[in-house]
Design a protein. Sequence first.
Length: 169
Amino acid sequence: MAIKNLDYYELSEDAYSIRDLMDGVLARVVSVYESYSVPLPVKQYWTMGTPAMDCEQLVVAFVQAYLGAPGDEANTPQRCNMPKSAVLSITVTREIPIVGQSGKPPLASKIQEYSEISAVDAWVLMDSVKMLDMWDEGGYGPGVIATISSLEPQGGLQTINLQITMVVP
């Protein structure tokens, strides 16, 4: 029998740590975009694994988790009471101009115009990192590792990707 809804089970609250992390990251990224007054695509969600980049959307995707703080050497054994870190991919996908039905490529000015929003996305996502390392009211957490990249355009869509490694609160 496939499990579709966990509401029917009495799970320990700790079992929801990854879910809570994903909910929190999505909410914090939306909040940072709001603080900059930058509109986001209407479709916003989190998922496990690589999302389909088939429309304008904001997605937080779980890549992996490991035992240890962000940046710990993977070849060094860790004690089981060490922090647990998660690697997430946060993407904003938006439409871009493409070759028209007439076969004419888009004008350079149009390409640059649409690239401006991707540049803004890159900055706002990178700036959101400071909010993703802050889980307690007391200040910053143990730190994060973050890189931002522009993925290759596909199907008239451009994706800006923030890959972040952070401690699971």
